[in-house]
Write a protein that binds this ligand. Structure first.
Ligand code: ADP
Length: 734
């Protein structure tokens, strides 16, 4: 069967079968012969053979046909499978086609409904696509535009912008942006373009697609805004300049009022007159302070805050500021003082005037907002900088404090925590803003730490260079090393200031606010077999307490030989005498200078037993006492009669002879004739101003040409200072 199947499946089967048939026929005819049967009729063997042969052939035919059928069946199944797949593919293709059509319609819809212009052009400038917005704005048909190399008219001021940026299309991100004005149906419009390069796989630019938006409204708004800003800036400058002029104009008569009041107070007055005149002076000073703030602020606003950096003594600067503030502190019966960490250098380089101004601002506020306790100005070094040290100034008060939420805005101009109509404290709200600008100008920082009801610490840090020509420190950092000092001061702030100052200088301090404790300190020291080198006693204690303390100290073994020092306020001089008898040899006037503190605690005791005024430097021997002083003549060129009177009185007090003239021309004539040691020259005068007069004096022949000339003006503007310098003035006080 197997052979048969092979044969059936073989395509040579037909001929093979035929040959087999033939062979069988031949065989049939001969079978009978072989079987020994004769005759022509077919014998049974032949018939059997034929039957078998037919059967074989039929079987073969059957198998062949079945095989063919099977194959045909197979093939037709495959074909129908393929047909199925083809149908699915066609369906998918149809769906994709529909999607594509939809998306193209959507895309076209998008492009066509855009207000923006959408344009594509070849690298040669031929338009390949334009959207409806473009056609509409330029009043042309799409058919006209596409295929043409139409370009809209560009505003002459915007020529070349796109061309200059074009190289940007050849490098990533293959995009450029620019604005230009185009002439459209609605006239000149600002169009903001974004051009994108469309590239082939090799990176060659095929087309450039540009999307342009009408930006005219924004541009116009921008221009209006710029115009408004320029106007506002000009108005601001005008305002600052106006403020500077007004404050200057107010300052001049204010100086007259204050100066005259000062002179008046020095004359013989009744108690009532003195009271009234003092009130005028106080109000005048308050007004002058406000005017100075406004003038300063307007100067800073106008960008004219110039630093005047020079070598200066840091300790003196802070102590002087502290002394200036002390009058107000005394009035409010609170303490004030400065203290310096041991490593604070004395000689530095910077703008001492501006530093003092910030300290005065912060200190002034601290006094204003403190009813009890006091104000401590502590100076320390934060770290060393490249050229010097970063100095930290902390102004701490025991006043009303500031709630945290109010602290953020404090340094903004005109900001006041209590700005209601019932506010207790005066002020313009400019002090901190000015201080901040100054500190920022010095590249420093300023800040505050405070809590309502708990007092405040306003601090600022500035980097100050060392003075390259610094002399040796006037006070050694360990000047009080080895000294044991008793301090009894009823005011906690003042006690802390002095305590800190003494320890910074190396002393060992036993401090208390309670006089009873002094006796305990004495007993303790006696037990330790130690003695006190000095005892500093608060002059504000009742007389009896002070006398008692003095006596007990003197009688004790630990304090018997110590320096007894009374701590006094400026207005307490009258209290000295009774204590002298109780052994008080020295007094220190608050706020205590570091140098005098050291002098009093280490200096020679006065042999004659005179009281040593530890604050004021020894009076210089009266100049020329006994012999008549050579007359020094000063020329005063000033058109304001009050200022003339004032200057004359002040100069007269200094023993100088004054000649007054009312304008520049008279000043030049007077210098030509006279022999003056100094000229005080008002800058603004009728007929000839001070600057012209100075130039003419400098042009004179002879020694009078080089007479020192000092400008007198309340103008603090930098350009005025420059003008004065150029005209040959020797000095310019502000
Ligand atoms: P002025 O004191 O003239 O009002 P400043 O700018 O100096 O203006 O101060 C702004 C405000 O900050 C003050 O009005 C006050 O409310 C608050 N302030 C400043 N210093 C202190 C302080 N030491 N204690 C409490 N409040 C203070």
């Amino acid at each position: 069967m197997k052979l048969l199947r092979i044969l059936v499946q073989n395509r040579y089967f037909g001929p093979l079968l035929a040959s087999l048939g033939m062979a069988i026929v031949v065989l049939v005819f001969n079978v009978d012969v072989l079987a020994g049967e004769s005759g022509n009729n077919l014998g049974p063997t032949s018939l059997a053979v034929i039957a078998i042969t037919i059967a074989v052939v039929l079987a073969a035919l059957f198998f062949d046909t079945r095989g063919k059928f099977a194959r045909l069946n197979n093939q037709s199944e495959r074909v129908s499978e393929m047909a199925d797949r083809l149908t699915v593919a066609i369906e998918k293709l149809n769906a994709a086609n529909a999607d594509l059509q939809q998306s193209e319609e959507r895309y076209r819809g998008l492009v066509e409904t855009q207000d923006a212009f959408i344009v594509r052009r070849t690298a040669d400038g031929l338009l390949t696509f334009v959207n409806s917005a473009f056609c509409e704005q330029f009043g042309m048909d799409r058919a006209e535009l596409e295929g043409s190399n139409f370009t809209p008219d560009v505003h002459p001021e915007d020529y070349g912008i796109a061309e200059s940026l074009a190289p940007g299309l050849e490098a990533p991100p293959y995009r450029i942006r620019y604005d230009q004005r185009l002439l459209t149906r609605d006239g000149w419009r600002w169009i903001a373009w974004i051009d994108n390069a469309i590239r082939d796989d090799a990176g060659r630019i095929l087309e450039i697609q540009s999307i342009g938006r009408d930006d005219t409204a924004r541009k116009l708004a921008e221009e209006q805004l710029k115009g408004a800003r320029d106007e506002a800036q000009a108005a601001n400058r005008a305002k600052s300049s106006f403020l500077a002029t007004v404050s200057h104009e107010i300052r001049t008569p204010m100086n007259g009022i204050l100066g005259m009041t000062r002179l008046l107070l020095e004359t013989e007055l009744t108690g009532q007159q003195y009271g009234y005149a003092s009130a005028v002076r106080q109000s005048g000073e308050a007004l002058l302070a406000i005017i100075s703030d406004i003038l300063d602020y307007s100067k800073i606003e106008a960008g004219k805050l110039a630093l005047d950096e020079q070598p200066f003594n840091l300790i003196n600067t802070v102590e002087q500021a502290c002394e200036l503030l002390s009058a107000r502190a005394v009035e409010r019966e609170i303490a004030i003082g400065a203290t310096f960490a041991p490593d604070v250098p004395e000689f530095l380089y910077g703008d001492a005037g501006r530093l003092r101004q910030v300290i005065l601002n912060l200190g002034g506020n601290a006094i204003k907002f403190t009813d009890q306790g006091g104000v401590m100005i502590a100076v320390s070094v934060t770290f060393e900088s490249e050229a010097g040290v970063v100095v930290l100034f902390e102004v701490t008060d025991t006043g009303i404090g500031i709630a945290e939420e109010a602290q953020d805005k404090l340094f903004e101009e005109f900001s006041q925590v209590d700005s209601g109509s019932t506010r207790r404290h005066g002020g313009t709200g400019l002090g901190l803003a000015i201080s901040q600008r100054i500190v920022q100008r010095m590249k420093g920082q300023i800040g505050v730490e405070s809590a309502a009801g708990k007092g405040s610490t306003f601090w600022f840090m500035v980097d100050l260079a060392f003075d390259p020509e610094a002399s040796e420190a006037t006070v050694a950092p360990d000047a009080l090393a080895g000294q044991r000092i008793m301090l009894c001061d009823g005011n906690a702030t003042s006690r802390e200031i002095i305590h800190r100052s003494l320890t910074a200088l190396g002393a060992e301090v036993s401090a208390s606010g309670d006089p009873e404790q002094v006796l305990q300190f004495l007993a303790q020291a006696e037990g330790d077999e130690a003695i006190f080198d000095a005892a500093l006693i608060d002059g504000a204690f009742p007389d009896k307490t002070i006398t008692e303390l003095g006596r007990k100290l003197r009688q004790s073994a630990a304090g018997g030989d110590c320096r007894l020092v009374l701590l006094l306020r400026v207005d307490q001089h009258a209290r000295l005498e009774p204590y002298r008898q109780n052994g008080f040899e020295f007094y220190l006037v608050r706020p205590i200078r570091r140098r005098t503190l050291v002098q009093v605690l280490t200096g020679d005791r006065n042999e004659e037993g005179d009281w040593v005024d530890s604050r004021l430097p020894p009076e210089p021997a009266e100049a020329g006492a006994g012999k008549p002083m050579a007359t020094v003549r000063v020329l005063l060129a000033e058109d304001n009669r009050i200022n003339q009177m004032l200057a004359e009185a002040l100069l007269g007090k200094l023993g100088l002879e004054t000649e007054c003239v009312g304008n520049g021309r008279e000043a030049v004539e007077a210098v030509q004739k006279g022999n003056f040691a100094l000229v005080l020259m008002d800058v603004n005068m009728p007929l000839m101003d001070g600057l012209q007069a100075t130039r003419e004096i400098r042009a004179l022949v002879g020694p009078n040409a080089s007479v020192p000339i000092i400008a007198m003006t309340a103008s603090a503007r930098e350009e005025d200072r420059q003008r004065c310098a150029v005209s040959g003035l020797s000095a310019y006080p502000v």
